[in-house]
Design a protein around this ligand. Structure first.
Ligand SMILES: *Cc1c(COP(=O)(O)O)cnc(C)c1O
Length: 356
């Protein structure tokens, strides 16, 4: 039986969006591919409200994280760790042999401008990595405030933002950053397999001075194909997923981006109110995510048992992330095309299962 997904990715995909993947195939160097790629990029710019360049990649979002590091870090990259996904930036920098440093806060806490300021002041860095929505802890970091501080005091430091579990579900001013990236299987509500990002002009300039950008990970090669081959990519893209993205972007534009943010806020408010009544919120107050709520398991319930009971009703939530937070927290995602009524349904089912 299909379980309606209240997990932070993959998220529910509407039947009509799944259906859009079944169109007949065409060649990735044919006019159809250029038209599709160009259309998708133009719609992405609209949805993201960006004046910057946009690229799409056939890969999950992690690839753009890795690529953006490889294309920009020369002196050093500062990683800001507040959970499992922000830690991934750090692991990637290490795995690529890039000079890196980190600041780390207790999981559940947010990264603040003054923390970043204190470390950037050492002068060791030319790139800063941020995580907009830390999916493991349900913390939304104040990335725009951090960006304002960086632009004022360290204008030469580039800022890369992982917005995988928030982009299109929560507001972010992409043009304050050099790269803002997401995957398709979270708030965008498509199957996994594609990712996309905004790119600043100066990011390409920096990339041109960096050696060993890789091939699949080369931003300049990606831009060359997007421009000269009109919307195409160096290697064969997931054309069926692009068809689905094309369709989904129409839906998003039809709903309106503002209305989409508002719907996410409404769902988040419902879950937070419920969690506050029965449990506690895990994230630091004032930094709660708009797309996934992480609840402290103050009642000591078995989250695994709860999920088995929910499964009988065709619903699924997520356990806490990793060894550290499993069973100690649980996560209810409210992103993508879910509606407030869906949230009512899952909260009602949890109440019933737990006798609340
Ligand atoms: C899911 C997630 C990722 C990983 O994305 P993939 O598409 O699986 O590579 C990275 N960062 C955050 C914040 C996430 O939620």
């Amino acid at each position: 039986m299909h379980k309606k997904l209240f997990i932070p990715g993959p998220t529910e995909v509407l039947p009509e969006v799944l259906e859009a993947q079944t169109k007949p195939m065409f060649g990735h160097r044919m006019k159809e591919a250029s038209e599709l790629g160009t259309r998708v990029i133009e719609k992405l710019k609209k949805v993201l409200g960006t004046k910057q360049n946009v690229l799409y990649w056939t890969a999950s979002g992690s690839l753009i994280m890795e690529a953006s590091l490889r294309n920009s870090v020369k002196k050093g990259v500062l990683n800001t760790i507040c959970g499992a996904f922000s830690e991934r930036w750090y692991k990637m920098a290490k795995a690529n042999g890039l000079p890196c440093g980190k600041i780390e806060v207790e999981w559940g806490k947010a990264i603040k401008p003054e923390m970043v300021d204190a470390e950037l002041a050492t002068g060791k860095y030319d790139v800063l990595c941020l995580t907009h929505n830390e999916t493991s802890t349900g913390v939304m970091n104040p990335v725009e405030e951090i960006a304002d501080m960086v632009h004022e005091k360290y204008p030469d430091v580039f800022i890369l933002v992982d917005a995988v579990s928030s982009l299109t579900g929560a507001r972010i001013d992409a043009d304050k950053f050099d790269v803002v990236l997401t995957s398709t299987q979270k708030a965008v509500a498509l199957p996994p397999g594609l990712s996309f990002c905004t790119v600043s002009d100066r990011f390409y300039e920096r990339a041109a001075t960096v050696e060993n950008r890789g091939y699949y990970t080369d931003f300049l090669l990606m831009r060359k194909y997007a421009e000269e081959r009109k919307g195409q990519t160096p290697s064969t893209p997931a054309l069926s997923l692009l068809n689905a993205l094309d369709h989904q972007l129409d839906r998003i534009l039809e709903e309106g981006v503002e209305a989409r943010y508002k719907r996410h806020s409404e769902m988040a408010a419902k879950v937070r109110e419920w969690a506050g009544r029965h449990f506690e919120l895990f994230p630091e107050k004032g930094y709660e995510s708009e797309t996934v709520t992480v609840v402290k398991n103050t009642k000591g319930i078995s989250v695994a048992d709860l999920n088995s009971k929910l499964a009988e009703k065709g619903l699924a939530i997520a356990n806490g992330y990793g060894k550290q937070l499993k069973e100690k927290t649980f996560r209810i995602a409210h992103m993508g095309d879910l509606k407030p009524e869906d949230v009512d349904e899952v909260l009602g089912a949890i109440d019933e299962a737990l006798g609340l």
